[in-house]
Design a protein around this ligand. Structure first.
Ligand code: FES
Length: 118
């Protein structure tokens, strides 16, 4: 039986600094992720676009879709689906607010995702 790694939560942002309808690139530990505030709800996905590495956190947002700034592919940050090519998905991560602090949970599995330094 394989035991799944528990999430470790990292403080990534201050809620009052976030802008409704926009994304932001933040570090959760050593991993860069993209967070979004949409209709008062928080979402978190991987920052690197699975197509060719664009930074999804700086893409334009319409509803729950972020458009990659490199080639304009759309990704649903609620479901993780790619609207431009269904073969692609993005990882979603748990995100929560405690007071004015925003936390993202990443699996405490050091082998699954390498650090994201660039
Ligand atoms: S790198 Fe994101 S659509 Fe190409």
């Amino acid at each position: 039986m394989t035991k799944e790694a528990a999430d470790v939560f990292h403080k990534v942002a201050v809620f009052s600094d976030l802008i409704e309808g926009e994304g932001k690139v933040v570090f959760a530990g050593v991993k860069r992720v993209a967070i979004f505030l949409s209709e008062g709800n928080l979402y978190c996905i991987q920052n690197n676009c699975p197509h060719a590495g664009g930074h999804l956190g700086i893409g334009s947002v319409q509803g729950c879709i972020v458009k990659c700034p490199r080639h304009d592919w759309g990704f649903d940050f609620q479901a993780g689906d790619c609207k431009s090519d269904p073969r692609y998905k993005v990882k979603r991560y748990e995100i929560k607010r405690e007071g004015d602090d925003v936390f993202v949970g990443l699996p405490d599995d050091k082998s699954s995702d390498p650090p994201d330094f660039f």
